[in-house]
Write a protein that binds this ligand. Structure first.
Ligand SMILES: *Cc1c(COP(=O)(O)O)cnc(C)c1O
Length: 478
């Protein structure tokens, strides 16, 4: 995991910070020994091409489960699938013993179609469509209720099925809380609204199973999550004492950090970067925290160990027999995919740098819609990896920004001038690593009539890579 590419650099046009992307051993193998396969896939399926690595996803899932086990708490992991549209990841979930967090009818349908049992599907999102609530009811999905109004609709649906069918369907719900640390969020219920929802749950106990509380925080604070979780435990105890005996789960949401680059490169980059390092003197107010000291399952362990009033969260969860649900998206996809663009052209700008230096403008086949960070007023910082068309080509280090093949001046894949070890050439591949979590497909569109980029799943069989289109159904019989 802690390997990253580190080509020797020749003389550089001027001092540009390098931010090498951490590379999973499987990615290193594919970009090293199996370059030809990547070239063939790109040749056959076109640029842009997304490569999905479900084996890495599986490892991440196992590590999250292990962290729960080591803390001695019972829990269940739900993959927040909005982070990637690929089918290959969801198909793995049943065999891994994890569920799926879905926020649309289509996401829920995909999960069911991939064999995820309804009871292992969590339904989140605000103001859910009645058809989604109806599906959740009939498939026994666990619905995170976002408002009193939504709970009324869901309870009425459950009551209707009871009238129409012998027994009918009982609704399973969590009450989503608006976190104390994020009072301005449009999601979840305030303490007063939650109280009203609790009353409704009591009134509809014959058709609604109230199973607990949920929250989802933005940002990556360990303490904020642990404190909110402690409050949810208190809320569960209160609900139980008032007769909601099934109230025994808290869902701590997603937002588990990911480490994309190592600490020294990240802090050096933040210190050194300045507008002249970017095409058109561009500057950004904010970057995603590409280095995290406690990413993924380590962050989960830290949350569970975090004490409030001297008591660790894990201890209280065990003491009160409360189950922890979590919904990692990005962190389950850490290192589980990358994106290959073929370089279409390279043009040289003479003396056009803001400090007078020359630099290149690389144009790739595809657009920045396939690297979403641009569309959040920021930039994906880990350095892309150049795979020259011909092995062994040499040349001096070369600085270039990377643009998409559209007619939008702002369609830049990297505004930042990347320090390439040699001049990029048409036909070379440019790989952006670790893009499975939100980067590759959240914002894609058929702009300019370009086809949506292909996704291929690559797995290893007896040391050899094997690929299939992500759209082809596949079952994992573990
Ligand atoms: C987006 C989202 C997640 C996943 O967040 P990550 O940062 O990808 O872990 C989980 N739960 C809810 C409710 C979400 O909206």
């Amino acid at each position: 995991m802690d390997r990253f590419h580190d080509e020797a650099l020749g003389a550089t046009p001027f001092a540009l910070p390098r931010v090498p992307a951490l590379q999973h051993p499987l990615t290193a193998e594919l970009t090293g020994r199996h370059r030809d396969l990547l070239r063939q896939l790109s040749h056959g399926l076109g640029s842009t091409l997304h490569v999905l690595l479900p084996e890495v996803f599986a490892d991440n899932a196992r590590q999250f489960k292990r962290a729960l086990g080591e803390a001695g708490v019972s829990g269940f992991v739900l993959f927040a699938k909005k982070a990637n549209k690929g089918r290959g990841f969801v198909e793995q979930c049943p065999a891994l013993g994890i569920g799926v967090d879905a926020a649309s009818l289509q996401e829920a349908e995909q999960a069911l179609g991939c064999g995820v049992p309804g009871a292992h599907i969590g339904i989140t999102g605000p103001g859910k469509h009645p058809a989604l609530l109806n599906l959740a009811l009939r498939q026994r999905c666990l619905v995170a209720i976002d408002s009193v109004e939504e709970l009324r609709v869901f309870a009425a649906q459950a009551r209707q099925t009871v009238k129409a069918l012998l027994g009918g369907y009982r609704g399973r719900v969590l009450l989503r809380c608006r976190p104390a640390s994020q009072p301005r969020s449009r999601f979840g219920m305030s303490p007063e609204e939650r109280e009203a929802a609790l009353q409704l749950c009591l009134a509809h106990r014959d058709v609604i199973d109230m199973e607990g509380f949920s929250f989802h925080l933005s940002g990556y604070s360990i303490a904020a999550r642990a404190e909110e979780a402690h409050r949810m435990i208190d809320a569960c105890l209160d609900a139980r004492s008032r007769g909601l005996a099934l109230c025994a789960s808290i869902n701590i949401g997603g937002g588990f950090a990911v480490r994309y680059v190592d600490e020294a490169h990240w802090s050096d980059f933040l210190r050194q970067q300045q507008p002249r390092h970017y095409h058109a003197g561009k500057s950004f107010d904010d970057f995603y925290p590409y280095y995290s000291a406690a990413p993924g399952h380590e962050m989960l362990s830290a949350i569970l160990a975090h004490a409030v009033d001297g008591r660790a969260l894990a201890l209280r969860l065990r003491e009160h027999d409360i189950r922890t649900l979590l919904e990692p998206g990005r962190a389950l996809l850490d290192q589980a995919g990358f994106t290959a663009f073929e370089i279409q052209s390279v043009k040289h700008r003479h003396g056009a740098g803001d400090a007078g230096q020359d630099y290149g403008i690389v144009t790739v086949g595809g657009t920045s819609f396939s690297l979403s960070e641009q569309w959040f007023n920021s930039e994906y910082i880990p350095d892309p990896l150049l795979l020259p068309r011909q092995d062994g080509a040499v040349g001096d280090a070369y600085a270039a920004c990377v643009g998409g093949a559209s007619c939008l001046d702002g369609d830049m894949v990297s505004w930042r001038k990347i320090r390439f070890p040699q001049p990029p050439q048409p036909g070379d591949l440019l790989l952006y690593l670790n893009t499975a979590g939100y980067q590759m497909d959240s914002n894609e569109s058929p702009f300019h009539d370009l086809p949506l980029p292909a996704k291929v799943v690559v797995t290893m069989h007896q040391g050899k890579p094997c690929w299939r289109l992500d759209s082809r159904p596949h079952a994992d019989f573990a």
